[in-house]
Each structure stands twice: as C-alpha cells, then as structure tokens.
Design a protein around this ligand. Structure first.
Ligand SMILES: [Zn+2]
Length: 185
C-alpha cells in the first residue's frame, strides 16, 4: 500500500505565520474537519466529526475509518522546501541535471541537524549549466510543483479535498490555498 501527504499551502497574505496558524486551527475545528487531541504535540490532529464532508469519497479503500490518517499544522521560523523530504529527484528546470545533493546540503548541516534558515533566500547553482536557481524553480521526474513556505497544513494518508469544501475553507480563512499532493507506492 502506498502512502501520501496532502498539503494546504496558503498564498501570499498579510497574516504572519502564527496568525495564520491560529486561524487555520480555529477554522478546521469549526468546520468539524479535524480534532486536536491531548497529544504531547499540540500541532497534531485527527479526523473531526465532519471530516468526510471535506474530502473526495474513498474508492478502493472505502473501509478506512476516515479520509486521512492524521495531520499537522506546520509553522516554521523560515520557509522550508516542499514536498521535501519526499522529493527524490529535484532537477535544474533548464538542463535537467540532478541537484539533490546540493539541496540536502543547504537544508542539513554536517551533523544531520536542520539549519535554521529561510529557504526563500537561498539560491543554488546548477552543477552543469551554472544557472542560479530558487528552490521552488526546481523540477522532478513527476512534474511536481515545489513550494517554499513557512506555514501549511499536512494531511497524511489522505484523499484529495473536495473543490466546494476548499472554496468555503478559503473564504473563511481570507486567503487562497494551493493543494499539493505527494505520494509514493
Ligand atoms: Zn542546469
């Protein structure tokens, strides 16, 4: 069985990451889509009472207890690269050279700790054609659009959100969200 993550990523808005994060928790709970537990991680949530109303219906895995397994509201001091860590083959959009090692070196230090940086500031130089690239300009084999964001919702093992639900959610949030699905089998 494969697994995936479905991300809701807000477009530019005047809200700070913490204002957005407080509001998205409120809106998702109000709409009955998620429920926050007494978990030691307060960003972690499960299916709410009306979770089914927000997602496409199930197909082959109809017997699953909810439209997603679990999820998180993510908020960082600086933008991170999405959908890393799943992105296996980021490439230069101009010449197709693989730049995975370069991206990893920007994000992690020699001891394997995540650097505290805003990845929107970073440029990498393609090892082959020497162009300077923002990380969200990179491509992969699957045509994934990469993002740089300091705030997003992640649903793990999830179906896709319904279009009508997304409209209502965006209206309540006061900002449009892009939906990004990334998965592997
Ligand atoms: Zn290149």
């Amino acid at each position: 069985m494969g697994t995936n993550s479905v991300y809701l990523i807000p477009r530019e808005s005047a809200m700070t990451a913490s204002e957005w994060s407080a509001k998205v928790r409120e809106v998702l709970v109000e709409m009955g889509v998620v429920e926050f537990g007494d978990d030691s991680d307060p960003s972690n949530f499960g299916n709410g009472e009306h979770a089914d109303s927000a997602f496409e219906s199930g197909g082959v895995e109809e017997d699953e207890p909810g439209p997603f397994d679990f999820g998180f509201v993510h908020q960082y001091p600086g933008a991170v690269f999405l959908p890393e860590p799943y992105a296996e083959t980021p490439m230069c959009p101009h010449c197709g050279s693989e730049v995975k090692a370069d991206v990893a070196a920007l994000r992690w230090d020699e001891d394997g700790n995540e650097r505290e940086i805003d990845m929107r500031e970073l440029r990498i130089t393609c090892p082959k054609c020497a162009r300077k690239l923002r990380l969200d300009e990179l491509k992969d084999d699957f045509g994934t659009k990469f993002y740089l964001s300091d705030r997003f919702v992640e649903f793990s093992d999830a179906r896709m959100p319904r279009e009508e639900w997304l409209k209502e959610f965006n209206a309540r949030m006061g900002v449009e969200h892009d939906v990004l699905e990334y998965g592997y089998t």
